[in-house]
Design a protein around this ligand. Sequence first.
Ligand SMILES: [Zn+2]
Length: 417
Amino acid sequence: MRIALTSVLVLAAAACSPKAVEPEMAPTTVPETASELHERLLVMDTHLDTPANFSKPDFDIRADNPSVLGSVQVDLPKMQRGGLDGGFWVIFTPQGPLDADSYEAAKQAALTRSDEIQAMVSANPDSFELAYTSADAARIAASGKRVVYQSMENAYPIGTDLALVETFYDRGLRMIGPVHFRDSQFADSATDLSANDYGGLSPLGEDLVKEANRLGMILDGSHAADSTVDDMIALSTTPLILSHTGVKDVYDHPRNIDDALMRKIADDGGVIQINAYGGYLEPLEPTAQRQAALDALQTEFDGISPLTADDETRERYFARMEEVDAAYPAPQSTFEKFIEHLLHALEVVGPDHVGMGADWDGGGGVKGMEDVSFLPKVTERLLAEGYTEAEIQQFWSGNMLRLMEQAEKAKQGASVE
Ligand SMILES: [Zn+2]
């Protein structure tokens, strides 16, 4: 499926040859296009919320599902068209109350999501394969299959029983983030501004970092407060990933990080994967009509959060939300704005410390990059900006695989830089 690297060198050499070559030596190949290069590279995204779609009756991973911005953006045909070889498929659990019954419910939900990921792969053995080590990605992609690493967004389902981290590791979990929109038992969140419970990691959060290090998992600082990221860098024996994050210099939002923190993560060997979540890319003001419809919806549901509501209420809420979206579309960010975040991160920390985690199927996607089939545009743009093939390969997967390898080596007790 992939052409050897030497073919590019041949093309490069041909491009440098003097014009007056002997006819029999004239190059017979044409210069490689950006999309051909993209197809040849190992392309991974570190935040695919697609598992949330697996149990939906109208979703089929093998079908070219109608693309819906933010919620239906990844399936096999789109991955094939977009040259996406795979990435981290997310076990996401919304934050709930910090009590034993809620932990148990969250654990069951996360185990179910993990089961659904395994079941999807088992049902499509010719197209997908579960990946467990840094070496698995290239091997699986070379066999023509898509790579399925698993990550956990919000460690809330672990409750207070850290032995569960190993339970999920044994199921294939290789990346874990301690927190989501609100403070968890482990850490302060970037967007929970009502309280600064721990000033970073809680004591239990420190134990979570140590347990992830012990098992050889990558630690994910996306959604974490800056103070939490600082604590994670100080404590973790391996570099951090921010699996889906934006930059504050382009849009000053708590969910984004500033240049100083970006440099600190990179100096530690870590990686920032840029997201394409409109609300974090730029301020997006709804029209007055949309705002009125949203307010009416809030009144109708009397302030109930869809994240913590029962299944029936949540389904009703999302159905109504779809009606609102259809009547008064949400404002969207653009491909250019996404690129602005991406290029700024590249400028500040360089191509060995930046990648992409667009938050596909979790609210990500922008005008001009509505689903994963548009990914070759990113390679095209990076080439146009002067990045080399080697740098673009680092961007698309080399960096995240390097972090994974470091976590594996740390587990084995080898020295890690
Ligand atoms: Zn997220």
